[in-house]
Ligand binder design. Structure first.
Ligand code: ZN
Length: 166
C-alpha cells in the first residue's frame, strides 16, 4: 500500500466525523502568508491561526514566484486580504544549493535540458532573500502601496520569528 492509499484511508475516517463547516471564501483575518514548503514550519501552529483565518501559499524557499504573485493578487483584490507575511527559515534546503549546480545535476540525472523551471530561486543570504521577495511583491503594479507586506525568518530550532527590516 502506498502512502497515498494510506492517506485515502484516513480520509474515509475523516469524512465519518466531518461536521459541515460554513466557512466563508474570504479569509477571516484578511491575511495571506507565503512560506517555505518545509514541514518544520507548521504555519497555523506557529502563528496561532485557525483554518479559515488566512490564505497560505507555500513553495520551496518561500519565494515570490509568478505563481505566488498570482495567488496574492487574487487574495488581495478578490478575497479581501490586507496584510501579507513572507516567511523564510533557518536551515532551508534552498540555502544549500547553487542554481547552476542544481540545473546541471538535473540535466545529468535525466540526460536532457528543459525550458522550465528556468530558475530554482536558490539563495545564500536569508535576510537578503526575504528583502528581495518583499521588493518583488511591492514593485508589482497590481500590489497597491497601502497593502502591508512584512518579511520574517523562522528559526527552526527555537520556533521564533524574526522580522527582516526593509
Ligand atoms: Zn525551506
Amino acid at each position: 500500500m502506498s502512502v497515498i492509499d494510506e492517506v485515502l484511508q484516513a480520509n474515509t475516517k475523516f469524512v465519518e466525523h466531518y461536521a459541515a463547516r460554513e466557512l466563508p471564501l474570504r479569509p477571516a483575518r484578511r491575511l495571506a502568508i507565503v512560506a517555505c514548503m518545509d514541514y518544520r514550519i507548521n504555519v497555523e501552529e506557529v502563528l496561532g491561526l485557525k483554518n479559515g483565518d488566512a490564505n497560505i501559499i507555500r513553495n520551496a524557499g518561500g519565494i515570490i514566484t509568478e505563481d505566488a504573485l498570482r495567488s496574492l493578487i487574487v487574495s488581495h483584490h478578490f478575497l479581501g486580504v490586507q496584510e501579507i507575511m513572507i516567511i523564510n527559515h533557518t536551515d532551508c534546503g534552498m540555502l544549500k544549493f547553487k542554481e547552476k549546480e542544481l540545473i546541471s545535476k538535473l540535466q545529468q540525472l535525466s540526460g536532457t535540458a528543459t525550458v522550465t523551471p528556468s530558475h530554482f530561486h536558490t539563495f545564500s543570504n536569508l535576510d537578503q532573500n526575504v528583502r528581495t521577495q518583499m521588493q518583488r511583491l511591492r514593485s508589482h503594479p497590481w500590489i497597491p502601496a497601502q497593502l502591508i507586506v512584512r518579511g520574517f525568518v523562522y528559526n527552526v530550532k527555537t520556533g521564533l520569528l524574526n522580522e527582516v527590516s526593509n
